[in-house]
Write a protein that binds this ligand. Sequence first.
Ligand code: BG6
Length: 483
Amino acid sequence: MQFPKNFLWGGAIAANQAEGAYLSDGKGLSSVDLIPSGSTRRAVMKGDLSHYEPLPELTYPSHDAIDFYHRYKEDIALFAEMGFKALRLSISWARIFPNGDEEQPNEQGLKFYDDVFDELLTYGIEPVVTMAHFDVPVHLVEHYGSWRNRKMVTFFEQYVKTIVSRYHSKVRYWMTFNEINMLFHLPYMGAGLVFVEGENRQQIQYQAAHHQLVASARAVEIAHTINSDLQVGCMLAAAMTYPYTCNPDDVEKAMERDRENFFFIDVQARGAYPGYALRQLKDAGIEIQMEPGDIELLRNHTVDFIGFSYYSSRCISTDPEILNKMTAGNVFPTVKNPYLNQSEWGWTIDPKGLRLTANQLYDRYQLPLFIVENGLGAFDELDGEGNIQDDYRIAYLTDHIRAMYESIQDGVELIGYTSWGCIDLVSASSGEYAKRYGYIYVDRHDDGSGTNRRQKKASFDWYKKVIASNGAFIENQKHIKIK
Ligand code: BG6
């Protein structure tokens, strides 16, 4: 089970879920800094926000996160010990442009990422950078309406020019918007959209999507102009949707569900709005305002690779009774698949789905793929000796790496694999610390207690062996049952 030479093994984190230090060194408030933990979290993520500063009675997990801002050297040393070839991380837009509409960037913010990239490069770890991972400066949300406003394209261009010119000699792999399809599911989290009662949300979401697609194409153009060696990708929350039965109605529904997500990537990778989307927009009476030159821009500046996250497959039915049996799953509504188990958070566990999804994406786009998120969110407990035996995580990852290997044998071009939350961090959907993905445990808890101390889990040494053997170690590994 040897993976291709130069395969980028590593892990992934995001600024808002790891850094903390939410107002340090000139950083402005980010949209995600207003997403509280607790019962109102979901409503805010969907666009129900009435205030533009944190409320004292609420807790906001992004404010402290796991303090990567101050501990990045220790954390990167641990990643290096595991043998990481790549670390996927994001730049916080509000660290660089605190309000988002300034002419000059914040030098302290730029310096922080210079230091982080230098630290990674010292160990030979390739930084893979997401330009926007669920964050927009709050000033742009409050005063411009975020991505519903065309002006965002200009602000984003300025941000992209700044970061790419500064870091192009250190960062070769870039992605524009994390899980761009999240805009349709959690519009505030995905795109900083806040709605008022009575608005046509669908119209606003499609218009915002158009602005992000234009901004993404401009980012590709800017990056290639600054340095033609740069590789710029898109990023999709991917997962194949299975029809619950072979009833053609179920199959049609599954196709439609898949297309809701492919819509974005079809534009970013193929360079044009697909026919099915044009029909859907027409049927729904939605008209997207475009500016002269948009169509050419989208056509001429498509992405170099497809980055995607994969946690679970999805399943859908047209039968109302079956639709009552829904389960969670990275906010994408999905029917409980009777053939598969779920994680402790109700996310379907389906390694074969990764092979199917990778093949589906490659068949459709014929571009290199990069699995930039995958992993098992689970409760981890210290045993009597103070160790964390996360065999269930090893089992999940083993099965998914096997599936990934199968997809390479199928002919899929795969650049790398950066598993999600290589160090425990804050969960995006639930805001919890308790939902852990890491090879490294962080002593930090939902009640605010904890020292932030880092500790290796059993999966730490396991992943080290996987990377050192370029995957071969998995071949002889015994099957472990997931808890
Ligand atoms: C993806 C996001 O949706 O899934 C990450 O890009 C997120 O930011 C990850 O953390 C896992 O989801 P969760 O909700 O378990 O943190």
